[in-house]
Design a binder for this molecule. Structure first.
Ligand code: ADP
Length: 631
């Protein structure tokens, strides 16, 4: 008596599937890696649950994974002795491809991006990659501890069926009914190669039917005899010297589901107070959702004595290292460790700081030994690491050394220097590390605030990313040098050789401009905090300056736009009395034209800073009138 039920997939599933199949076709062999990964996870889960309940193991033997091609039926079966799935788990796990944000993600992809396998691959198509090579997939599964088995079948279009089934052992069989031209995946040789390449160091035996005596694979599959084809030792448990780079890379792909290679890694065994092994990878590219991941971090697998426990990225790595992927295997934590226990545990805190140090060591080494790779890391994750400069007080100095900034010496935003480079180039007598923060590279690089410093060949760090202003608020000192925002407060150029001369000239200019300043103050009223003679300008007529502890104007705007209440810090207007526009201002009699020029000086300063004008049309009128008068 058949009791087949038909269920429809979640609405967007078939659309997503089509896209996945289409864009991953050129990497079609990855389906095997994905299905073996799932099988290995299922074996991990079984081992974990068996710690509490040894009965789950039954008499079915240790977890393992069998790959069984059947040339006559044209099927490829991936059979695991793992945890298995109940009826409800089959529905929950295999009925929805479009989990967490996948739909929005898909909608945001451009046509060109839809062909990018790396992009599509990175959100973990997992099980569904089977449909790249199969036109029908059957899943027969029996949850460990249960005697019930279920068969799930789908052609990957819009529905799947579910019916009771028979299965002698616990675990799951994924049976791929291969498409017409995918016969290569029935070949013993092809399968062996793929398993070696992608899954050699999964910690469970992966077996294939033993080929016939004379290597005649035609006779295989029927004898029932299986042989293990992978090393079956979890990679991190092996001595470093025995592991080749491409084995590390294959393992990285296994745990990260990344299509690309890792940029670098660090593999360590620690013995003493704490005993653990860690294998940590730096990916080469940022995943699409990195920015949103801060509160839901993933990618660090915690094992206790070789038993997989859970993903513990949140407990074991600080948020600013959330790009790291890897494994930590502790010998000291109890096997029944829970998420709650991980939260308030001194041992875990120690592990966390040890892992943090390992990652910083790795970055440090990369920065010293391979500048190109480090630059690649920085482009992908630099803005995340900056969070650490603000948040991780105990490692602040180390993180500061890893930061990279564009400066007034850079020809573009991507030409970046370390703080050590900057300090080494500081002028004799220069006390502070000068920086400017602005919304975007152009606003920073062309800021009028830089003029006097540029004229004297003093390098200024140009902070132009959104996170920079926030981070800068936490930076205190680097190698004994303080940080100084050149757009805030007084610009004291320290003990530069010509400081006295510059100061005297400035005082003279202030005296000479007294009446100009008064006139501007009257004209601008409470638009500005103050009007004063600038020591920053050489070419521009005016600029805006904040007090030392005011929040940068572009940050104020950002925060307000995000709905936060921000204290309004009014800027001061600084003028360059040497500029022809100010000379003209002095010559004008009190009246409409003078007032209009005062406003324009203020509005130009706002524009240069990146601020929107209160009255853009009025500004144009004023400028046009001035232009015509000048003609
Ligand atoms: P992911 O592995 O990224 O979660 P998949 O689509 O590959 O996504 O799998 C969805 C879920 O189905 C898995 O999280 C797991 O719970 C379950 N699953 C897949 N394959 C197996 C298997 N061989 N044994 C047990 N559960 C599995």
């Amino acid at each position: 008596m058949s009791q087949t039920e038909t269920h429809t997939f979640q609405a967007e599933t078939s659309e997503v599937l089509k896209l996945v199949i289409h864009s991953l076709y050129s990497h079609k062999e990855i389906f095997l890696r994905e299905l073996i990964s799932n099988a290995s996870d299922a074996c991990d889960k079984l081992r974990f649950e068996a710690v509490q309940n040894a009965d789950l193991l039954g008499s079915d033997g240790d977890p393992r994974i069998d790959i069984v091609p059947d040339k006559d039926a044209r099927t490829l079966e991936i059979r695991d002795l793992g945890i298995g799935m109940s009826r409800q788990e089959l529905i929950d796990n295999l009925g929805t491809i479009a989990r967490s944000g996948t739909k929005q993600f898909m909608a945001a992809l451009s046509e060109a991006q839809k062909g990018d396998a790396q992009l599509i691959g990175q959100f973990g198509v997992g099980f569904y990659s089977g449909f790249i090579v199969a036109d029908r997939i059957e899943v027969i599964s029996r949850r460990a501890g249960s005697s019930e088995a279920w068969r799930w079948v789908s052609t990957g279009t819009d529905a799947y069926t579910l019916e009771p089934a028979k299965r002698a052992e616990r675990g799951t069989s994924i049976v791929l009914h291969l498409k017409e031209d995918e016969s290569e995946f029935l070949n013993d040789w092809t399968l062996r190669n793929l398993i070696r390449r992608y899954s050699d160091h999964i910690g469970f035996p992966i077996r294939l039917p033993k080929p016939g005596k004379d290597g005649d694979e035609e006779s295989s599959g029927n004898t029932g005899e299986m042989e293990t084809v992978n090393q079956a030792a979890a990679l991190w448990t092996l001595p470093k010297n025995d592991i080749k780079d491409d084995e590390y890379q294959a393992f990285y792909k296994h745990i990260s589901h990344d299509f690309g290679e890792a940029l670098s890694w660090t593999h360590n065994r620690v013995e003493g107070n704490q005993n653990f092994t860690s294998l940590l990878f730096l990916p080469a590219k940022a995943p699409m959702d990195l920015a949103f991941d801060r509160d839901q971090r993933k990618g660090l697998k915690l094992y206790v004595k070789r038993v997989f426990i859970m993903d513990a990225a949140e407990q074991m790595l600080p948020a600013y290292l959330r790009f790291v992927r890897g494994v930590v295997d502790s010998d000291d934590l109890p096997l029944n460790v829970s998420r709650e226990l991980l939260q308030n545990n001194r041992q875990v805190e120690k592990l966390k700081s040890a892992l943090t140090r390992r990652v910083l060591d790795l970055l440090d080494k990369l920065a010293r030994e391979d500048k190109d790779k480090y630059a690649q890391f920085w482009s992908a994750f630099g803005n995340v690491l900056k969070e650490g400069a603000a948040e991780d007080f105990s490692n602040q100095e180390r993180i500061a050394k890893l930061l990279r900034f564009a400066t007034t010496r850079s020809s573009n935003a991507d030409e970046r220097f370390s703080l050590e480079d900057y300090v080494a180039r500081m002028k004799t007598g220069q006390k502070a590390i000068y920086f400017l923060s602005a919304d975007g590279w152009n606003a920073a690089a062309n800021s009028p605030q830089l003029e006097a410093l540029k004229a004297r060949d003093i390098e200024v760090i140009l902070l132009h990313e959104r996170i920079d202003e926030w981070m800068a608020g936490y930076l205190r000192e680097f190698e004994g040098k303080s940080w100084k925002n050149i757009a805030k407060g007084d610009l004291d150029l320290g003990d530069l050789p010509d400081a006295a001369e510059v100061k005297a000239k400035h005082e003279e200019a202030v005296k000479a401009a007294a009446s100009t300043i008064d006139a501007l103050k009257t004209a601008l009223g409470d638009k500005v905090h103050e009007v004063r003679v600038s020591s920053r300008l050489t070419d521009s007529p005016s600029c805006l300056v904040l007090e030392e502890y005011d929040m940068a104007l572009h940050m104020q705007r950002l925060m307000r736009a995000a709905g936060h209440e921000v204290p309004t810090a009014k800027p001061s207007l600084e003028i360059n009395p040497e500029h022809p526009l100010l000379k003209r201002f002095d010559m004008l009699a009190d009246g409409a034209e003078r007032e209009s020029l005062a406003l324009v000086l203020f509005e130009q300063a706002q524009l240069a800073e990146g601020a929107p004008l209160d009255d853009p049309a009025g500004f144009i009128k004023r400028v046009n009138a001035l232009l015509l008068n000048a003609a």
